[in-house]
Design a protein around this ligand. Structure first.
Ligand SMILES: [Fe+2]
Length: 213
């Protein structure tokens, strides 16, 4: 069972960035088939929930060059939704260079598997009247992190290039009302799928104005 965020770190963690696929170089001979991956995750979720889906995700991103080849080099911030169902949501999320996401929760378990770039996570917990940061993790291509249903995290792409990750949630990510916290005041605000989509649109607009898209 994944421990509660309030007990310790929010995550189970698999470091695979320097695994066989990475050492083999940027090209992979294997193919990543998004439809097959979705089917594997659905089966795994029905059989054993988050732990089993995490195995499927770890297998997929252990060959991150194949995932990148199938999904394409990221060129803007976006969510490529591979599955949306009441019990499972799967999408590829792409972060623009140095993009930041506010602290937010999910109200369902989550998994992150990086297939290109790097994603830095800060983990937060509720204290009386506000949030406090209590942990951090840097995820590289091939790494997988599992977040408990009560996890709160903020995300940064620290690189000057795009980051891409497969994100999996144990519910309908887009239909679930959630919270986010103001970056400066840590005031709690409502969030949901529409708020997230609007944030991605603003980020792309920011880069367009700077001539980087
Ligand atoms: Fe998140």
């Amino acid at each position: 069972m994944t421990a509660s965020i309030n007990d310790r770190r929010a995550v189970s963690r698999r470091a695979a960035s320097l695994g066989a696929a990475a050492r083999a170089g940027p090209r992979s001979s294997a193919r990543f088939d998004p439809d097959r991956f979705v089917a594997e995750c659905r089966e795994a979720n029905e059989a054993d929930g988050q732990a089993a889906v995490e195995e499927a995700l770890a297998r997929a991103v252990s060959d991150h060059p194949a995932v990148l080849a199938a999904l394409g080099e990221p060129r803007e911030a976006g969510l490529n939704v591979l599955l949306r169902s009441p019990t499972l949501t799967i999408f590829a999320a792409t972060w623009t260079p140095q993009m930041n996401l506010l602290p937010h929760d999910h109200h369902m378990w989550a998994l992150i598997g990086i297939y290109t770039g790097r994603e830095d996570n800060i983990f937060w917990r509720r204290t009386p009247g506000r949030l406090e940061a209590f942990g951090a993790d840097a995820l590289f291509a091939g790494d997988v992190a599992g977040l408990a249903a009560d996890a709160i995290h903020s995300v940064t792409n620290p690189l000057q290039r795009f980051t891409g990750g497969l994100h999996i949630y144990g519910g309908d990510f887009f239909a679930t009302p959630r919270s986010q916290w103001n970056a400066e005041t840590l005031a709690e605000e409502p969030s949901d799928g529409d708020v997230v989509r609007a944030m991605f649109a603003r980020e792309n607009e920011r880069l367009r104005r700077r001539g980087e898209l």
